[in-house]
Write a protein that binds this ligand. Structure first.
Ligand SMILES: [Zn+2]
Length: 61
């Protein structure tokens, strides 16, 4: 039996992935993805403050 899910595709360029760089096809693509992550985490919406206050009420026990 062969596991069909073994062949994954790089989320960056859609090429087949290499075990060494999973889940990407190359170091370059993994770095591109990492860069995207950092960019997204830098953009934090100001609404998070009000969400935190809501949580405070429920966790106060
Ligand atoms: Zn790639």
């Amino acid at each position: 039996m062969k596991a069909a899910n073994q062949i994954l595709k790089c989320p960056i360029c859609n090429e087949g992935t290499k075990e060494k760089y999973r889940p990407f096809c190359s170091k370059r693509c993994s770095e591109i993805d990492l860069g995207r992550w950092f960019n997204e985490s830098y953009v934090i919406p100001g609404e998070q403050t009000s969400l935190g206050q809501e949580n405070d009420d429920e966790m106060d026990y």
